[in-house]
Design a protein around this ligand. Structure first.
Ligand SMILES: Cc1cc2nc3c(=O)[nH]c(=O)nc-3n(C[C@H](O)[C@H](O)[C@H](O)COP(=O)(O)OP(=O)(O)OC[C@H]3O[C@@H](n4cnc5c(N)ncnc54)[C@H](O)[C@@H]3O)c2cc1C
Length: 510
């Protein structure tokens, strides 16, 4: 970190120490950038981040991201919490996800359709908790030298040609770049004038922890009713969707016991009685996405860039995907080793992923609406999801198994997350990614590939070893975020490799 005038200059200031801001901070610090995270909340702990409110389903891509940075073993909650839903079954009928409240079951999924998932792959999904994720990431960030200042909300900023002057009340901080990871109501997004385009809500969602006189009046599991949906996953812990056009959520009226009870009674069509309201929050299915993720030296990631209903649990996963994608690109830009257009590829790759997630949540809302057409569609979807192909499709979408960026290559692996190859010495390729370097993986020991990799200095690590199952591949170029940039089935062409590498890395000057 350099000091000019009165203020230290950071490479990057991140607004928000949520999971996305913290993951991004770790990625930048791993690449030796100086990072300051400013967080509005003084206390990192909150009942809303703890179970049951803070429960979060992590997708396959998120699990891989934690694994590749050596953080997966630090997420421990899932070991203690094999079955967070009291009513969930075990065995083949175990519910492992849902679409619009229609469950899909473990035994219906056919993983043999996922031909790039090797036996040593990390799990397809994992239960975690906001507090656990933030604690693990904050600890890693601190160990990498990131400064986190809590109780300091960003209130404004000025962008110049050289950097950004960031205000938090009467304090000023300087940085070369500012990234808004400050959630759905992002001050950075609003103050920078990013357009936030999308659709208005259909419902107000409620998450409620309450004492009830007669919780048994509520049916177990997810219940789609003529006015909405409710689910009691443990006595007194209830999710409700009330199709009020999102009016209550927008009104910002206080959440009283009387109001929650009225909504729950109406949606569940019971006369259940709430005796004490412990905690309640509301949310909606408003779906909006920034039409650009960058304005000069200001960038957006996570909920600051896209919001949608939490149905199907995707927001955190897509946000962490943003952070994994942006981290190394912004670091390379700061470190002067970014090829032309590298930073712009962040938006080009992540906008379509965010847009797909918004549509995924809209599709669910469309069939949950309390009207006859939606009911009819719901019934058809339920039948399809109960088939093997249907459940496999749903699981692949929800867990991000087939996510692929379009790099214009005809090779089926290019643009995908690298399979977790087990090398001949037992080392897994995901374990070689802890330091955030790109990797040239050469299964056939081709000397000319080694020479090509050397041209990119320490941006590229050359790994030459046979794999137990190389999926018929001879060599692969893997970006720091674990995405395959180039692949050859046999006789790798060094010219092709170099062309691909030049798109993501800069050749070192002798
Ligand atoms: C009920 C519910 C269930 C969900 N379940 C899932 C799930 O299972 N799986 C999933 O993938 N997603 C889920 N989500 C969505 C997920 O929680 C969010 O997408 C995720 O938290 C976004 O992370 P973030 O870091 O972008 O934003 P946030 O988690 O919102 O963090 C933003 C941070 O910025 C801080 N901040 C705000 N303003 C400022 C400011 N001006 N200056 C400095 N700091 C500021 C905030 O205090 C906060 O710490 C769920 C959401 C809800 C509501």
């Amino acid at each position: 970190m350099k000091t000019t005038r009165d203020y230290p200059v950071y490479d990057v200031i991140i607004s928000g120490a949520g999971p996305v801001g913290l993951f991004l901070a770790c990625e930048l610090a791993l690449a030796k950038c100086s990072v300051l995270v400013l967080e509005k909340a003084a206390d990192p702990l909150s009942p809303l981040k703890q179970l049951p409110f803070g429960i979060r389903g992590l997708s396959s891509l998120t699990v891989e991201a934690f694994y590749r940075r050596g953080l997966l073993n630090e997420l421990e909650l899932h070991n203690r919490l094999k079955n967070p839903h009291q009513n969930a079954k075990q065995g083949p009928r175990r519910q492992v996800g849902h679409f619009a409240g229609i469950p899909f079951h473990e035994g219906d999924i056919d993983p043999s359709q996922w031909k790039y998932r090797l036996p040593g792959s990390t799990v397809t999904s994992l239960i975690s908790e906001m507090q656990e994720i933030e604690t693990v990431l904050a600890r890693r960030a601190a160990s990498l030298g990131v400064t986190i200042k809590r109780g300091l909300a960003i209130t404004g900023f000025q962008q110049t040609f050289e950097g950004v002057k960031v205000q938090s009340g009467d304090q000023t901080f300087n940085a070369k770049w500012l990234v808004g990871c400050d959630g759905s109501r992002s001050v950075v997004r609003k103050a920078c004038g990013f357009e936030f385009a999308g659709t208005e809500p259909e419902f107000t969602g409620y998450t409620v922890l309450a004492d009830m006189a007669d919780p048994e009046k509520l049916s177990p599991g997810r219940n789609v009713t003529p006015t909405g949906m409710y689910m009691q996953s443990q006595p007194g812990y209830v999710l409700i969707q009330d199709f009020d056009g999102g009016v209550f959520h927008s009104s910002e009226k206080p959440l009283t016991l009387e109001h929650v009870q009225e909504v729950l009674r109406r949606v569940s069509n019971t006369d259940v009685t709430i005796t004490k309201l412990h905690i309640a929050t509301t949310w909606t299915d408003r779906a909006r996405q920034a039409t650009a993720y960058r304005n000069g030296r200001i960038l957006l990631a996570g909920d600051a860039a896209h919001i949608h209903s939490p149905l199907g649990g995707q927001g955190l996963n897509v946000g962490l995907g943003d952070a994994m994608n942006l981290g190394w690109k912004l670091a390379a830009t700061i470190n002067g080793i970014a090829p032309e257009g590298l930073l712009d590829s962040y938006y080009a790759e992540r906008y379509p992923v965010g847009a797909q997630v918004l549509d995924w949540s809209r599709a669910q809302v469309a069939i949950m609406k309390p009207n006859p057409s939606a009911r009819a569609l719901y019934a058809i979807l339920r039948d399809l999801i109960n088939t093997r192909d249907g459940a496999t499709y749903m699981a692949a979408r929800v867990w991000g198994i087939n996510t692929q960026y379009n790099f214009g290559s005809s090779h089926p692996l290019v643009g995908r997350s690298v399979p977790n190859f087990e090398l001949e010495d037992g080392v897994m390729i995901g374990e070689c990614m802890h330091n955030g370097q790109g990797i040239l993986l050469d299964f056939d020991g081709n000397a000319s590939l080694k020479k090509t990799a050397a041209a990119y200095g320490d941006q590229l690590r050359y790994v030459s070893r046979h794999a137990k199952n190389c999926l018929g591949i001879s060599a692969l170029l893997v970006r720091p975020d674990g995405i395959i940039a180039w692949a050859a089935d046999n006789d790798p062409d060094c010219k092709e490799l170099q062309q691909a590498a030049d798109r993501w890395f800069v050749q070192k000057v002798e």
